[in-house]
Design a protein around this ligand. Structure first.
Ligand code: SF4
Length: 407
């Protein structure tokens, strides 16, 4: 799905953001061990990324040497891993950051951005099976330049084992040992840390999943009647609509522009939204067919638009991935289809090109989606995006149904 997600305008080939380098960072001028290299024998293919070298690390020119380093070494040992034999370690920034008094300080966003290319180069060189992110700074390194939505903190990202397709590695974010050390001994955070690390280490023994390019899973067509008939067979089906705004109540201004359907994990179909009486009758027949169980990511939205604008009473509803995401894990900021598609299936944000056209000034306003309908190529892009939404909704629903024990 490279073309659809390209960030070539903002990044260089080695992952370095334009304008960020050691020269702009400058930390190397003030350290005993400037530009520290990755360290460790890497026997189990695990890369561990920390925050920054501290005083002990700077003096010995090795990562994880201070008090927190000892905590991490001990934890890994409990889990059967020798930090320096089995892993390779580096930091989000690889020179020691100090304050005016010469004490350790957290790295700045600018320093993290400057050092990102060093981390990316190490990942490309080592090709790890698993990348463990210990804390918020390496999280910013990995996602700060490629996650366009609200990044959030380590609490949002920890515990996922993300099959990142760019690096063909499992990315496993978790807490930094210093955060763990600040918690009370019986705190739940210790158990979460243990779970996260156990999961990450287990992933080193699992093959990286092979995925079919999602763009190639989408059929975009003008054959509205044929598509509606094709999906009107007993099954469970995810569907998704693209609309001119968030709320449909101003019926004179709003319309549904496209619709997509998916009833298996390998293929989805996207079509322009039905216009003729015959097409709308077929759509109503499909969406009200009691033999076709419906799935959506936020079904309230689909239900509302179809009822208000076309008097279609979608039924029966089977599953809502957004509600399920919230029930399975009630952390803030994790229920969107985009986030779930990345953390579970490694699909990077596929809405980057289309999403600016879907933003309205307010909840009743009209967005810019109609601009996409003017050209053949841009309309195909909208249909493709719409189709991937249904495909990912279906895949996510299947995974979540297993987790909640209803499939
Ligand atoms: S912290 Fe990274 S970017 Fe900054 S000077 Fe050191 S190696 Fe270069």
């Amino acid at each position: 799905m490279k073309g659809f997600f390209s960030k070539e305008q903002t990044t260089k080939a080695d992952g370095q953001m334009k304008g960020y380098s050691c020269a702009t960072c400058g930390l190397y001028k003030y350290t005993l061990s400037p530009k520290m290299n990755p360290y460790g024998k890497f026997k189990k293919g695990i890369m561990v990324i920390g925050e920054a070298p501290g005083e002990d690390e700077d003096r010995r020119s090795k990562p994880w040497q201070g008090k927190m380093g000892k905590v991490l070494q001990k934890k890994y040992k409990q889990l059967g891993i020798d930090l320096f034999e089995d892993c390779v370690s580096l930091n989000a920034i690889n020179c020691r950051p100090v304050d005016d008094k010469g004490a350790n300080r957290p790295p700045t966003d600018q320093e993290i951005a400057c050092c990102r290319s060093k981390v990316v180069t190490a990942i490309k060189q080592y090709q790890p099976k698993v990348i463990i992110l210990q804390g918020g700074a390496p999280l910013s390194t990995m996602f700060g330049d490629k996650w366009t939505g609200e990044l959030g903190g380590i609490t949002k990202w920890r515990g996922w084992a993300i099959p990142d397709r760019e690096y063909r590695a499992w990315i496993c974010p978790t807490f930094h040992p210093s955060y763990i050390e600040r918690q009370e001994k019986e705190s739940e955070v210790h158990a979460l840390w243990q779970d996260d690390l156990e999961q990450a280490i287990k992933k080193a023994g699992e093959p990286f999943p092979e995925y079919k390019d999602e763009e190639k899973c989408i059929v975009t067509t003008d054959d509205i009647e044929g598509t509606l008939r094709k999906f009107n067979t007993p099954s469970m089906m995810a569907f998704d609509i693209e609309t001119t705004g968030l709320k449909p109540y101003d019926t004179s201004s709003h319309q549904i522009v496209s619709i997509s359907f998916c009833n298996n994990e390998e293929e989805a179909w996207a079509i322009p939204f039905p216009k003729t009486k015959k097409e709308l009758k077929l759509l109503k027949k499909l969406l009200e067919n009691p033999e076709v169980k419906k799935i959506a990511a936020n079904m309230k939205y689909e239900d509302n638009w179809l009822t208000v604008l076309h008097n279609i009473r979608t039924s029966p509803w089977l599953f809502d991935t957004m509600q399920a995401s919230h029930i399975l894990d009630n952390r803030h900021g994790i229920t969107s289809l985009s986030f779930q598609s990345y953390v579970r299936f490694g699909v990077p944000e596929y809405d980057q090109e289309v999403s600016p056209y879907l933003k309205s000034s307010d909840s009743h306003g009209v967005n810019r989606i109609m601009e996409l309908t003017k050209g053949k190529a841009s309309f195909r892009k909208l249909l493709l995006y719409n189709g991937i939404d249904s495909l990912m909704t279906f895949r996510l629903a299947m995974a979540q149904m297993k987790e909640v024990g209803i499939a």
